[in-house]
Design a protein around this ligand. Structure first.
Ligand code: AR6
Length: 174
């Protein structure tokens, strides 16, 4: 699967493709709190990175929802993987929006702390964790734009499906 750029303006790009093919300095993993792998994007990243990623994951002591931790990228093209644990959607007003925003903020801050110049995000929490795609896209764009006001970083929002890409496009083209 090749990466198709469907939006590019300033430091933000929207891409349809497989995040494990990204050549940015870091890719973000929509992980679970064990940091030992799982399904979805997490499974794909672990498969492509190789077993060393799980080995490093074991040393990290897990990760809380809304937080992020960094590892090497091993056999991936990306040098780093930033693992963040999105909230499981339970319904509105259960605090998931703030936790999802925190995933983006913490991941971007970790990237900054490590001198990373380009980063690719999947649509965190919108698969197995069931966060509705439209509000998730709004939170992602809001947090990325806020961060880019004060920081210079190339951010790619990588979508596995066209529906997610369309939400990003609607928001970014407003
Ligand atoms: N590249 C880009 N995006 C992808 C890829 C890929 N290779 N594969 C899936 N997506 P999910 P979550 C999209 O379920 O909702 C795991 O088991 C997918 O279409 O990967 O945060 C973890 O271990 C969706 O839009 O992550 C956790 O237990 C988005 O990535 C749990 O799932 C996120 O879907 C985390 O659930």
């Amino acid at each position: 699967m090749s990466q198709v750029v469907v939006y590019s303006s300033g430091n933000i790009q929207v891409v349809i493709g497989d995040i494990t093919e990204e050549e940015t300095d870091a890719i973000v993993n929509a992980a679970n709190s064990t940091l030992l792998g799982g399904g979805g994007v997490d499974g794909a990243i672990h498969r492509k990175a190789g077993s060393e990623l799980k080995e490093e994951g074991r040393t990290l002591g897990g990760c809380l929802t809304g937080d992020a931790k960094i590892t090497g990228g091993y056999r991936l093209k990306a040098k780093y993987v930033i693992h963040t644990v999105g909230p499981i959607w339970r319904g509105e007003n259960a605090g998931e929006e703030e936790l999802l925003a925190s995933c983006y903020r913490k991941s971007l801050q970790l990237a900054k702390d490590h001198g990373i110049q380009s980063i690719s995000f999947p649509a965190i929490s919108t698969g197995a964790y069931g966060f509705p795609k439209k509000p998730a896209a709004e939170i992602a764009v809001r947090e990325v734009k806020m961060f880019l006001k004060e920081n210079d970083l190339q951010v790619r929002l990588v979508c596995f499906d066209k529906e997610t890409a369309q939400y990003y496009l609607n928001i970014l083209n407003k």
